[in-house]
Design a protein around this ligand. Structure first.
Ligand SMILES: [Fe+2]
Length: 401
Protein backbone atom coordinates (compact mmCIF):
# COMPACT_ATOMS: atom_id res chain seq x y z
CA UNK A 1 0.00 0.00 0.00
CA UNK A 2 1.50 3.35 -0.96
CA UNK A 3 1.61 6.32 1.39
CA UNK A 4 -1.13 8.19 -0.45
CA UNK A 5 -3.64 5.27 -0.17
CA UNK A 6 -2.71 4.80 3.47
CA UNK A 7 -3.33 8.42 4.37
CA UNK A 8 -6.61 8.38 2.40
CA UNK A 9 -7.71 5.32 4.42
CA UNK A 10 -6.74 7.02 7.67
CA UNK A 11 -8.80 10.07 6.74
CA UNK A 12 -11.79 7.89 5.81
CA UNK A 13 -11.67 6.01 9.15
CA UNK A 14 -11.22 9.28 11.02
CA UNK A 15 -14.47 10.58 9.51
CA UNK A 16 -16.36 7.27 9.83
CA UNK A 17 -15.68 6.81 13.55
CA UNK A 18 -15.94 10.47 14.49
CA UNK A 19 -17.89 11.46 17.61
CA UNK A 20 -17.52 15.22 17.98
CA UNK A 21 -19.46 15.58 21.24
CA UNK A 22 -17.03 13.40 23.22
CA UNK A 23 -15.87 16.30 25.47
CA UNK A 24 -19.37 16.29 27.08
CA UNK A 25 -18.48 12.98 28.73
CA UNK A 26 -14.80 12.38 28.09
CA UNK A 27 -14.73 8.61 28.10
CA UNK A 28 -12.43 6.24 26.22
CA UNK A 29 -12.19 6.01 23.16
CA UNK A 30 -12.95 9.76 23.12
CA UNK A 31 -13.48 11.27 19.63
CA UNK A 32 -13.08 8.06 17.61
CA UNK A 33 -15.58 5.26 18.19
CA UNK A 34 -15.85 1.97 16.37
CA UNK A 35 -19.26 0.30 16.19
CA UNK A 36 -20.10 -3.38 16.03
CA UNK A 37 -23.44 -4.33 14.48
CA UNK A 38 -25.12 -7.67 15.27
CA UNK A 39 -28.41 -9.38 14.65
CA UNK A 40 -29.48 -10.75 18.03
CA UNK A 41 -32.82 -12.37 17.21
CA UNK A 42 -33.40 -13.02 13.48
CA UNK A 43 -35.58 -10.36 11.82
CA UNK A 44 -36.64 -9.00 15.25
CA UNK A 45 -33.79 -7.55 17.32
CA UNK A 46 -30.41 -6.08 16.39
CA UNK A 47 -27.80 -4.17 18.32
CA UNK A 48 -24.95 -1.74 17.90
CA UNK A 49 -22.12 -1.74 20.39
CA UNK A 50 -19.41 0.77 21.21
CA UNK A 51 -16.73 0.87 23.90
CA UNK A 52 -17.08 3.41 26.65
CA UNK A 53 -15.05 3.85 29.78
CA UNK A 54 -12.75 5.73 32.11
CA UNK A 55 -9.00 5.22 32.06
CA UNK A 56 -9.26 2.12 29.86
CA UNK A 57 -11.89 0.58 32.13
CA UNK A 58 -13.90 0.37 28.96
CA UNK A 59 -16.88 -1.92 28.65
CA UNK A 60 -19.20 -2.37 25.67
CA UNK A 61 -22.36 -0.25 25.71
CA UNK A 62 -25.26 -1.45 23.59
CA UNK A 63 -28.08 0.26 21.73
CA UNK A 64 -30.83 -2.20 20.87
CA UNK A 65 -32.92 -1.93 17.72
CA UNK A 66 -36.31 -3.58 17.86
CA UNK A 67 -38.82 -4.43 15.13
CA UNK A 68 -42.16 -2.81 15.93
CA UNK A 69 -45.32 -2.31 13.88
CA UNK A 70 -44.41 -0.18 10.87
CA UNK A 71 -40.69 0.20 11.54
CA UNK A 72 -37.98 0.27 14.19
CA UNK A 73 -37.52 1.43 17.77
CA UNK A 74 -34.08 2.37 19.13
CA UNK A 75 -33.53 1.71 22.84
CA UNK A 76 -30.65 3.25 24.81
CA UNK A 77 -29.02 5.76 22.45
CA UNK A 78 -25.40 5.57 21.34
CA UNK A 79 -23.27 8.29 19.74
CA UNK A 80 -24.37 8.53 16.07
CA UNK A 81 -21.01 8.29 14.34
CA UNK A 82 -21.19 8.09 10.50
CA UNK A 83 -20.40 4.36 10.82
CA UNK A 84 -23.31 3.75 13.22
CA UNK A 85 -25.71 5.75 11.03
CA UNK A 86 -24.65 3.88 7.90
CA UNK A 87 -25.54 0.59 9.61
CA UNK A 88 -28.87 1.93 10.81
CA UNK A 89 -29.79 3.33 7.37
CA UNK A 90 -29.14 -0.09 5.83
CA UNK A 91 -31.40 -1.70 8.42
CA UNK A 92 -34.10 0.91 7.74
CA UNK A 93 -34.05 -0.05 4.05
CA UNK A 94 -34.86 -3.64 4.96
CA UNK A 95 -37.11 -3.21 8.00
CA UNK A 96 -38.73 0.22 7.78
CA UNK A 97 -38.01 3.63 9.29
CA UNK A 98 -36.83 4.47 12.78
CA UNK A 99 -40.11 5.47 14.41
CA UNK A 100 -38.90 6.13 17.92
CA UNK A 101 -35.88 6.59 20.14
CA UNK A 102 -36.29 5.51 23.74
CA UNK A 103 -34.18 6.48 26.73
CA UNK A 104 -35.65 4.14 29.37
CA UNK A 105 -33.34 5.16 32.24
CA UNK A 106 -33.31 8.23 34.47
CA UNK A 107 -29.78 7.87 35.75
CA UNK A 108 -27.39 6.11 33.36
CA UNK A 109 -25.36 9.02 32.01
CA UNK A 110 -23.60 6.81 29.44
CA UNK A 111 -26.99 6.11 27.84
CA UNK A 112 -28.42 9.60 27.88
CA UNK A 113 -25.45 11.66 26.70
CA UNK A 114 -25.99 10.88 23.01
CA UNK A 115 -29.79 11.27 22.91
CA UNK A 116 -29.71 14.87 21.57
CA UNK A 117 -27.35 14.01 18.69
CA UNK A 118 -29.14 10.76 17.84
CA UNK A 119 -32.55 12.48 17.80
CA UNK A 120 -31.17 15.13 15.41
CA UNK A 121 -30.12 12.28 13.10
CA UNK A 122 -33.72 11.02 13.00
CA UNK A 123 -35.79 14.23 12.90
CA UNK A 124 -39.06 12.36 12.29
CA UNK A 125 -38.70 9.91 15.15
CA UNK A 126 -40.66 10.29 18.36
CA UNK A 127 -38.48 10.56 21.45
CA UNK A 128 -39.50 8.80 24.68
CA UNK A 129 -37.70 9.35 27.95
CA UNK A 130 -37.92 7.92 31.44
CA UNK A 131 -39.42 10.46 33.87
CA UNK A 132 -37.16 12.27 36.32
CA UNK A 133 -34.22 12.95 33.99
CA UNK A 134 -31.58 14.75 35.95
CA UNK A 135 -28.38 16.47 35.09
CA UNK A 136 -25.52 17.18 37.44
CA UNK A 137 -24.57 19.63 38.96
CA UNK A 138 -27.64 21.59 37.78
CA UNK A 139 -31.03 20.18 36.98
CA UNK A 140 -31.59 21.71 33.54
CA UNK A 141 -34.77 21.80 31.42
CA UNK A 142 -34.98 19.25 28.55
CA UNK A 143 -34.40 21.79 25.75
CA UNK A 144 -31.25 23.02 27.49
CA UNK A 145 -29.98 19.46 27.46
CA UNK A 146 -30.58 19.30 23.70
CA UNK A 147 -33.60 16.98 23.98
CA UNK A 148 -36.29 18.19 21.50
CA UNK A 149 -39.26 18.85 23.82
CA UNK A 150 -41.70 19.28 20.88
CA UNK A 151 -41.49 15.59 19.94
CA UNK A 152 -40.53 14.15 23.31
CA UNK A 153 -42.89 12.11 25.46
CA UNK A 154 -42.47 10.96 29.04
CA UNK A 155 -42.87 7.22 29.56
CA UNK A 156 -45.92 6.35 31.69
CA UNK A 157 -47.15 9.95 31.99
CA UNK A 158 -47.76 10.20 28.21
CA UNK A 159 -48.33 6.47 27.66
CA UNK A 160 -45.86 3.84 26.52
CA UNK A 161 -43.88 3.48 23.29
CA UNK A 162 -45.33 0.89 20.88
CA UNK A 163 -47.59 -0.70 23.47
CA UNK A 164 -48.99 -3.03 20.79
CA UNK A 165 -45.56 -4.65 20.39
CA UNK A 166 -44.12 -4.14 23.88
CA UNK A 167 -44.98 -4.35 27.59
CA UNK A 168 -43.11 -1.84 29.77
CA UNK A 169 -42.26 -2.59 33.40
CA UNK A 170 -40.84 -0.04 35.79
CA UNK A 171 -37.95 -0.72 38.16
CA UNK A 172 -38.15 2.06 40.73
CA UNK A 173 -38.33 4.97 41.15
CA UNK A 174 -35.96 5.25 44.08
CA UNK A 175 -34.55 8.41 45.59
CA UNK A 176 -30.75 8.21 45.36
CA UNK A 177 -30.05 11.67 46.71
CA UNK A 178 -28.74 13.47 43.62
CA UNK A 179 -31.76 12.35 41.64
CA UNK A 180 -33.83 9.30 40.97
CA UNK A 181 -33.00 5.79 39.93
CA UNK A 182 -35.58 4.37 37.58
CA UNK A 183 -35.52 2.28 34.47
CA UNK A 184 -38.25 0.82 32.35
CA UNK A 185 -37.62 -2.63 31.02
CA UNK A 186 -39.31 -3.60 27.79
CA UNK A 187 -40.77 -7.00 27.06
CA UNK A 188 -40.81 -7.27 23.27
CA UNK A 189 -43.58 -9.68 22.40
CA UNK A 190 -42.36 -10.51 18.87
CA UNK A 191 -38.98 -11.84 20.02
CA UNK A 192 -40.01 -12.80 23.57
CA UNK A 193 -37.07 -10.83 24.87
CA UNK A 194 -36.72 -8.56 27.85
CA UNK A 195 -34.69 -5.41 27.27
CA UNK A 196 -33.04 -3.99 30.38
CA UNK A 197 -30.58 -1.12 30.75
CA UNK A 198 -28.39 -1.51 33.85
CA UNK A 199 -30.55 -3.64 36.16
CA UNK A 200 -29.30 -7.10 35.22
CA UNK A 201 -26.13 -8.31 33.57
CA UNK A 202 -24.61 -11.55 32.40
CA UNK A 203 -20.84 -11.23 32.14
CA UNK A 204 -19.16 -13.47 29.59
CA UNK A 205 -16.15 -15.55 30.63
CA UNK A 206 -14.15 -14.34 27.62
CA UNK A 207 -13.78 -10.84 26.11
CA UNK A 208 -16.72 -9.68 23.93
CA UNK A 209 -16.19 -9.51 20.13
CA UNK A 210 -16.16 -5.73 20.22
CA UNK A 211 -12.61 -5.88 21.56
CA UNK A 212 -11.48 -7.44 18.28
CA UNK A 213 -11.86 -3.94 16.83
CA UNK A 214 -9.78 -2.40 19.62
CA UNK A 215 -8.15 -4.63 22.24
CA UNK A 216 -6.10 -1.75 23.78
CA UNK A 217 -8.07 -1.56 27.09
CA UNK A 218 -7.60 -5.31 27.63
CA UNK A 219 -3.88 -5.19 26.88
CA UNK A 220 -3.37 -2.11 29.04
CA UNK A 221 -4.86 -3.84 32.08
CA UNK A 222 -3.23 -7.21 31.44
CA UNK A 223 0.10 -5.79 32.60
CA UNK A 224 1.61 -5.71 36.06
CA UNK A 225 3.81 -2.64 35.68
CA UNK A 226 3.97 0.52 33.58
CA UNK A 227 7.26 -0.45 31.89
CA UNK A 228 5.73 -3.56 30.31
CA UNK A 229 4.76 -3.25 26.65
CA UNK A 230 1.19 -3.85 25.43
CA UNK A 231 1.37 -7.30 23.83
CA UNK A 232 -1.62 -8.58 21.92
CA UNK A 233 -2.15 -12.31 22.50
CA UNK A 234 -5.17 -14.36 23.63
CA UNK A 235 -3.78 -14.83 27.14
CA UNK A 236 -3.30 -11.11 27.71
CA UNK A 237 -6.73 -10.31 26.29
CA UNK A 238 -8.30 -12.80 28.72
CA UNK A 239 -6.32 -11.50 31.71
CA UNK A 240 -7.22 -7.93 30.82
CA UNK A 241 -10.90 -8.79 30.45
CA UNK A 242 -11.16 -10.35 33.92
CA UNK A 243 -9.43 -7.37 35.53
CA UNK A 244 -11.56 -4.92 33.63
CA UNK A 245 -14.72 -6.68 34.78
CA UNK A 246 -13.56 -6.52 38.41
CA UNK A 247 -12.87 -2.80 38.05
CA UNK A 248 -16.18 -2.03 36.37
CA UNK A 249 -18.14 -4.07 38.92
CA UNK A 250 -16.56 -3.00 42.20
CA UNK A 251 -14.73 0.25 41.25
CA UNK A 252 -11.94 -0.77 43.60
CA UNK A 253 -11.80 -4.57 43.90
CA UNK A 254 -10.34 -6.21 46.99
CA UNK A 255 -7.28 -7.63 45.23
CA UNK A 256 -6.26 -4.32 43.72
CA UNK A 257 -3.67 -2.21 45.53
CA UNK A 258 -2.52 1.26 44.58
CA UNK A 259 1.30 1.25 44.54
CA UNK A 260 3.29 4.14 46.08
CA UNK A 261 3.62 7.08 43.67
CA UNK A 262 7.39 6.68 43.62
CA UNK A 263 6.98 3.19 42.09
CA UNK A 264 4.49 4.46 39.53
CA UNK A 265 7.02 7.11 38.40
CA UNK A 266 9.94 4.66 38.49
CA UNK A 267 8.31 2.52 35.76
CA UNK A 268 6.87 5.40 33.72
CA UNK A 269 8.30 7.02 30.55
CA UNK A 270 10.25 3.93 29.47
CA UNK A 271 11.41 3.81 25.83
CA UNK A 272 8.64 2.62 23.51
CA UNK A 273 5.96 3.50 26.05
CA UNK A 274 6.11 7.29 25.84
CA UNK A 275 2.80 7.43 24.01
CA UNK A 276 -0.73 8.45 24.91
CA UNK A 277 -1.89 4.92 24.00
CA UNK A 278 0.17 3.43 26.84
CA UNK A 279 -0.57 6.44 29.09
CA UNK A 280 3.16 7.23 29.03
CA UNK A 281 3.88 4.19 31.15
CA UNK A 282 1.73 5.31 34.07
CA UNK A 283 0.13 2.27 35.62
CA UNK A 284 -1.07 3.03 39.15
CA UNK A 285 -2.34 -0.48 39.89
CA UNK A 286 -0.90 -3.51 41.57
CA UNK A 287 -2.90 -6.75 41.43
CA UNK A 288 -2.54 -9.05 44.42
CA UNK A 289 -2.55 -12.84 44.46
CA UNK A 290 -5.99 -14.38 44.21
CA UNK A 291 -7.46 -11.79 41.84
CA UNK A 292 -8.40 -14.52 39.29
CA UNK A 293 -10.50 -16.38 41.88
CA UNK A 294 -12.23 -13.16 42.75
CA UNK A 295 -13.12 -12.63 39.07
CA UNK A 296 -14.41 -16.20 38.73
CA UNK A 297 -16.60 -15.69 41.79
CA UNK A 298 -18.22 -12.72 40.10
CA UNK A 299 -18.61 -14.13 36.61
CA UNK A 300 -19.48 -17.71 37.53
CA UNK A 301 -17.12 -20.69 37.59
CA UNK A 302 -18.54 -22.85 34.77
CA UNK A 303 -21.04 -20.62 33.08
CA UNK A 304 -22.02 -16.97 33.34
CA UNK A 305 -24.82 -16.08 35.72
CA UNK A 306 -27.53 -13.46 35.38
CA UNK A 307 -27.07 -11.06 38.24
CA UNK A 308 -27.74 -7.61 39.51
CA UNK A 309 -24.64 -5.49 38.98
CA UNK A 310 -22.70 -5.04 42.28
CA UNK A 311 -22.64 -1.23 41.91
CA UNK A 312 -26.44 -1.23 41.79
CA UNK A 313 -26.83 -3.65 44.67
CA UNK A 314 -24.51 -1.71 46.98
CA UNK A 315 -25.13 1.90 45.89
CA UNK A 316 -28.69 1.99 44.54
CA UNK A 317 -30.59 -0.83 46.26
CA UNK A 318 -28.88 -1.31 49.66
CA UNK A 319 -32.04 -0.07 51.40
CA UNK A 320 -34.48 -0.60 48.54
CA UNK A 321 -34.38 -4.36 47.96
CA UNK A 322 -38.21 -4.50 48.05
CA UNK A 323 -38.43 -2.42 44.85
CA UNK A 324 -36.12 -4.83 43.05
CA UNK A 325 -38.06 -7.86 44.31
CA UNK A 326 -41.38 -6.48 43.15
CA UNK A 327 -39.89 -5.80 39.69
CA UNK A 328 -38.59 -9.39 39.52
CA UNK A 329 -42.01 -10.56 40.62
CA UNK A 330 -43.57 -8.79 37.63
CA UNK A 331 -40.97 -10.35 35.31
CA UNK A 332 -41.79 -13.80 36.62
CA UNK A 333 -45.37 -13.42 35.42
CA UNK A 334 -44.40 -12.45 31.83
CA UNK A 335 -45.82 -14.85 29.34
CA UNK A 336 -43.28 -16.88 27.35
CA UNK A 337 -40.18 -14.78 28.10
CA UNK A 338 -37.10 -16.39 26.50
CA UNK A 339 -34.24 -13.88 26.38
CA UNK A 340 -32.66 -11.01 28.22
CA UNK A 341 -30.88 -8.26 26.30
CA UNK A 342 -29.18 -5.72 28.51
CA UNK A 343 -27.28 -2.57 27.62
CA UNK A 344 -24.02 -4.05 28.90
CA UNK A 345 -22.17 -7.37 28.63
CA UNK A 346 -23.60 -10.53 26.97
CA UNK A 347 -26.77 -10.55 24.89
CA UNK A 348 -29.02 -12.26 24.20
CA UNK A 349 -28.90 -14.61 27.19
CA UNK A 350 -31.49 -17.21 28.05
CA UNK A 351 -33.91 -15.76 30.63
CA UNK A 352 -37.31 -17.22 31.37
CA UNK A 353 -40.07 -16.22 33.79
CA UNK A 354 -39.06 -19.20 35.92
CA UNK A 355 -35.46 -17.92 36.08
CA UNK A 356 -36.75 -14.48 37.11
CA UNK A 357 -38.62 -16.15 39.94
CA UNK A 358 -35.54 -18.15 41.01
CA UNK A 359 -33.47 -14.96 41.00
CA UNK A 360 -36.11 -13.23 43.14
CA UNK A 361 -36.04 -16.05 45.69
CA UNK A 362 -32.24 -16.07 45.73
CA UNK A 363 -32.05 -12.32 46.30
CA UNK A 364 -34.68 -12.36 49.04
CA UNK A 365 -32.79 -15.02 51.05
CA UNK A 366 -29.09 -14.32 50.48
CA UNK A 367 -27.07 -11.70 52.43
CA UNK A 368 -27.68 -8.34 50.75
CA UNK A 369 -25.42 -5.36 50.05
CA UNK A 370 -22.56 -6.74 52.13
CA UNK A 371 -19.42 -4.82 53.02
CA UNK A 372 -16.73 -7.50 52.90
CA UNK A 373 -14.14 -8.55 50.31
CA UNK A 374 -14.68 -6.99 46.90
CA UNK A 375 -17.61 -5.01 48.30
CA UNK A 376 -15.56 -2.98 50.82
CA UNK A 377 -15.03 0.07 48.64
CA UNK A 378 -18.67 0.33 47.50
CA UNK A 379 -19.71 -0.17 51.13
CA UNK A 380 -17.51 2.67 52.38
CA UNK A 381 -18.74 4.93 49.58
CA UNK A 382 -22.38 4.28 50.46
CA UNK A 383 -21.73 4.80 54.18
CA UNK A 384 -19.94 8.10 53.54
CA UNK A 385 -22.74 9.39 51.29
CA UNK A 386 -25.27 8.37 53.91
CA UNK A 387 -23.32 10.06 56.71
CA UNK A 388 -23.04 13.39 54.92
CA UNK A 389 -26.72 13.20 53.97
CA UNK A 390 -26.34 12.94 50.18
CA UNK A 391 -28.37 9.74 50.03
CA UNK A 392 -31.55 9.25 52.08
CA UNK A 393 -31.95 6.53 54.73
CA UNK A 394 -35.24 5.44 53.22
CA UNK A 395 -35.11 5.79 49.42
CA UNK A 396 -38.81 4.98 48.97
CA UNK A 397 -40.44 7.28 51.50
CA UNK A 398 -38.06 10.15 50.64
CA UNK A 399 -38.99 10.00 46.97
CA UNK A 400 -40.87 12.92 45.49
CA UNK A 401 -42.09 12.94 41.90
FE1 LIG B 1 -25.31 1.60 31.83
Amino acid sequence: MNNHTKSQENTESFVKYKWEWWPLLPLYPYGQKRTLFKELIPQQVWCLEQLQGLYYVAVPVRMTVVKVNGGLMLVNPLPPTPELLEKLYLLEEAQGPVLSIVLPTASGLEHKISLPALSRSFPNAEVWICPGQWSFPLNLPLNWLGIPSGRTKIIEKDGFPHSDSCTWISLGPLDIGLGRFQEFSCFHKGSKSLLVTDALVSISQTPPDLFDLDPTPLLFHSRDRGDQPLIDDPENRQKGWLRLVLFASFLRPEKLAIPPLIDVFRYAFKPGLRTFKSHFGFFPFSWQEGWQESAKELIGKQQSTIQIAPVLERLVFPRGKGVLLSWLDKLSSLNGMRWMISAHYSAPVRFTSKQANTLKNKISTRPWAIGKGNWQFLDSLDKSLLRIGVVPKDPQSGFKD
